[in-house]
Design a protein around this ligand. Sequence first.
Ligand code: NAP
Length: 330
Amino acid sequence: MKLEWRAFALRVIEAQGVSHPRRAHAHRSGWNSEQHGVHVPAIRLDGKLLAQTIRGEIAARVAERVADGKHAPGLAAILVGDNPASRVYVRNKRKACEEAGIRSWLFPLAANVSQRDLLNLIAELNANPEVHGILVQLPLPPHLDEKAVIDAVDPTIDVDCFHPENVGLLAAGYPRFYPCTPHGCLQMLRRTGVETAGKEVVVVGRSNIVGKPLAMMLVLKRTEMNPMGGDATVTLAHSQTKNLAEVCRRAEILIAAVGVPGLITAGMVRPGAVVLDVGMNTLDGKLVGDVHPGVAEVADSLSPVPGGVGPMTIAMLLENTLRAAEMLDG
Ligand code: NAP
């Protein structure tokens, strides 16, 4: 009864979108429901609510900046072709910008746009002082050279943090920007009281957009220059990993960024683990993650899809656009 009440209390705290020291304590002390023979379903890590809080904080900083007579930050979004998912992502990002007082411009380009025209547009936007961030929505059609496009964005306004200069700065521990999805994951953990320092973390997926930079952020030393350094012990798993289930079961914090619906099943999760689901997959017309719903029976906490890491990613894009504007102020 006492434990049921605890679960209820945690849900109330979670609904308020704040971290709660009691759960942090539970993590530190290794408490988990399985050891106590009582089943408590996983706490839902509500990314939608957390992101709303973060976007409110960003809106306040933008308003302060504008009241000081500075430019509102501005984000230019380039959308090539008519991929329906990409259209939705860009629309959601622009809507979030608008709500936070960040200006945004959409540059829709035909699916058959030439590499030269795309690079010319990026060069124009690089030179525009009202643009503090450029977002090129990926994936690009196959005839375009994605690497050349990423390299063409001025690194000081590369708010996705894909440019090799920014990737290098992050790896060296002096980040200019944090990449949006990995930063969203780290913020979700921080703001719900989950400490990463000293923890055994497994990241499944090694893409340049999510898995690799996420593992990097988790393993980095936390310093004044690098406040989101995770100080964790990290394993980065991928399609060639042997005994994936066994590797995953080591994790106190397990993060799936794979793109395979339901790949992570309950048997792959250590009882009491914190599980983040980055996956965004369509299955039978529904948006689903990489984590099977049965994991909720084993994990301490689980981020849902939708409403988990996705909204956090958008909030971090706004954070980077504001940060770029602040850095360009000098
Ligand atoms: P990606 O570039 O396709 O990379 C997938 C990674 O998963 C690769 O490293 C691949 O290994 C690994 N993998 C594939 N099958 C595997 C298996 N059976 N076992 C172990 N590892 C396996 O994908 P991504 O861009 O990182 O995206 C991953 C997922 O996150 C997708 O569902 C995507 O839609 C979603 N996503 C969500 C957000 C968000 O904001 N929530 C943002 C970006 C992406 P190899 O390297 O060996 O091929």
